[in-house]
Ligand binder design. Sequence first.
Ligand code: F3S
Length: 295
Amino acid sequence: MEVIIADKSGYCFGIENAMKMVQDTIESGRQNIYTLGPISHNTQETRRLTNQGVVIIEDDDVDNLETGCIILRSHGVGKKTIEAIKKKGLPIINATCPFVRAVQKKVESYDVAGYQIVIVGNKNHPEVIGANGWCQNKALIINDINQLENIESYDRICIVAQTTIIESKFNEICDAIRSRVNEVVIFNTICSATAERQAAAAKTAKEVEYMIVIGGYHSSNTQKLADICKSHCAKTCHIETIRDLDLAEVRNYQKIGITAGASTPDWIVKEVLEGMEEQNKIAEENVVAEVATEE
Ligand code: F3S
């Protein structure tokens, strides 16, 4: 059995960095470690961290804290949230992805300069909620070209993108705004990590008989990876952990591909690889046993 692991599978730079900061904080012996929202969208990893004492809180909980340190996740938070934590005198460990921080800085500086901010993205996504918090929540959040009603009433607009938005959608919305507004400044803040992971997964799915996509069932980037892989390899399965993998089915294939979502930790991928290695051994032993019986 040959196993091919797709390039760029698993943690992106920003998540890896954030997870390392959480782990370093735990190992430093600090007490009362809080994260604002779940640091990872992976249930198993979240459980692993909470078992080590990390507590997930929401913005409103900050007021009730007297001690402890607060870790900001890779999606970032609004300016007011940071100010509220500082006011309480609590230490902040800022794991905001540098690419997300770049979006926040653009939003803040162009808002101060008098531009109407447009964020192309999903209004419910924590990264977008956080970025909007750097212009007093005054941004227009556009996720569809049909949401541009009255856009011509603004003189000057600055457009940024949610880092994980699809580029064609961003370009379409930018073009429509540019044709209707006097002055438009555009920053394509899309992060290439998502597109690169998807392209690598598609490449691997085309080469194999069976494709395994590892990641949370509720993780939208993992679901998207599974859809892409299915379109190139009909035998694609989406699993959260080794326990979801049909190991007897795996033994039927010679060439198997693996990819993992952006929030899937290495240890979960490793468990799957070890499980498959085990199956490989069983399959090889069965072949030897069959040959011996024939002889
Ligand atoms: Fe950062 Fe890009 Fe990941 S913005 S959190 S490296 S998807």
